[in-house]
Structure formats: C-alpha cells, structure tokens
Design a protein around this ligand. Structure first.
Ligand SMILES: *Cc1c(COP(=O)(O)O)cnc(C)c1O
Length: 219
C-alpha cells in the first residue's frame, strides 16, 4: 500500500475517534526491507522509521541519514544490554525498555554521554512467557524506577498476542499509561493500527502494509 494510503487511513481513524488531527505518528518499520523500498518512502518525504536489529541498522542508516537530512530512526526490537551503547548512537528513541537491567544500562550510558533519547517501556500485556516486556502488574513499579534513574520515559509500547483481538491489549496499555501520567502510546501494527488509534495510540508501527512482505531473517 502506498505511503499516502496509509497516511489517509491514519488521518481517517483520527477523525473517526475524536483524536486531534495529526496526533498519530507513523513509524515506517523498515526491518529486513530492501533499500530501494526504503528509499522510495524517503523520496516521498517520510522521515520516521523503525528498526529491530542494531547490526542491520548500523549497516543501513548512517548512509541514508547522510542523504536524507532529518531522518529519525526508532529502535522497536528487543535490545541486548551489550548493544545498548551502539543503540544510543543509532536511534532517536527506544521502544523496547523491557527489564531492569536494560534500564540501568541506559541510565548509566545516557548520563555519561549526555544524551537523552525518548524511551518507551514495553509491557507484555498478554503475559506471554516467550515475549519481552514487563508484566502488567509490575509496570507501575518499573515506570517509577525508571523515573528515579532520570530516564526520559515518554510512554509505553505493546505487541498484542498473535491471534487474539488486539483492542483489549490496547485498552490495558492506555490505562497503565494514564494512571502513570505518560502520554506516549506506541501500539498498532499493519493489521490493527486503526484499532490502536481508537484507543489512543500516538505512534503506530507499520511495516508490511507499507513496504510489502519482508525477507526472512538470516540466522
Ligand atoms: C516488525 C514489527 C512491526 C511491524 O509489523 P507489521 O505487521 O509488518 O506492520 C511493528 N512492531 C514491532 C515491534 C515489530 O517487530
């Protein structure tokens, strides 16, 4: 689907659900996509992208940033502690702060480097054992702990379980954000971004609907 079609669907969902026009940002998820597809979206003037892998991003984005001033790239995939320093050099925001060890590492690194990336805490709303994210019942304490570390927590992120209706998960995430005074809600993907907008998403992360099917990840 063309960029303009995705953007019109986002604007239509904002209007349908009483959201402020332009309040939802599109993160174009470009992981595992060929460069020509990414360049096509950049050439249309879109500047906000999402990536899952540090290595892949280090390979792709420095060159693209040099050619497309104003680009912003957000890390949306699980972040290993030993890649945190590199991530801070590559990304304007990290949506996958999902455990105390990564929060502590980011706190130490951001203080020594004097940088202040926007952070989103990933909540495992479905309490899935294989999925990253803080459990919903631990979220309030974890958000408070991140704040005492002076981390720039902008909001929350979730990935609803496969094959389940996503809306209850979006509603849960919005509730946790509200009671903690957080404005950012990173939720909604290709198949459910309109439902996420209905529940207050500020950032939708759309990959395959925009770029087409992506390549399988090499082992
Ligand atoms: C890959 C990915 C997306 C994009 O998924 P699509 O279904 O292709 O839109 C969004 N969020 C996260 C965390 C992802 O890993």
């Amino acid at each position: 689907m063309a960029l303009t079609d995705i953007l019109s669907r986002i604007r239509a969902a904002e209007a349908a659900h009483g959201r402020t026009p332009g309040s939802v940002e599109l993160i174009a998820v470009s992981k595992l996509q060929p460069l020509d597809r990414i360049e096509a979206v950049l050439d249309e003037g879109h500047l906000l992208f999402g990536e899952n892998y540090v290595q892949e991003s280090a390979f792709k984005w420095p060159g693209l940033r040099a050619r497309y001033p104003g680009v912003k790239v957000h890390m949306i995939g699980p972040l290993q502690t030993n890649k945190a320093a590199q991530a801070l050099e590559l990304f304007e925001a990290i949506h996958s702060v999902d455990r105390p060890s990564i929060a502590e590492r980011l706190a130490r690194l951001t203080q020594s480097a004097g940088v202040c990336p926007e952070l989103y805490i990933q909540v495992n709303t479905g309490a899935e054992p294989q999925k990253a994210g803080i459990l919903p019942e631990m979220a309030d304490d974890f958000i408070a702990a991140c704040r005492t570390m002076d981390l720039n927590v902008k909001g929350l992120m979730c990935i609803p379980p496969d094959g389940e209706e996503a809306s209850p998960h979006f509603a849960m995430l919005a509730g946790i954000a509200k009671r903690n005074g957080l404005e950012g809600l990173s939720m909604g993907m290709s198949s459910d971004f309109e439902a996420a907008i209905a529940h207050g998403a500020t950032h939708v992360r759309v990959g395959s609907a925009l770029f087409g099917e992506r390549a399988a990840r090499k082992a």
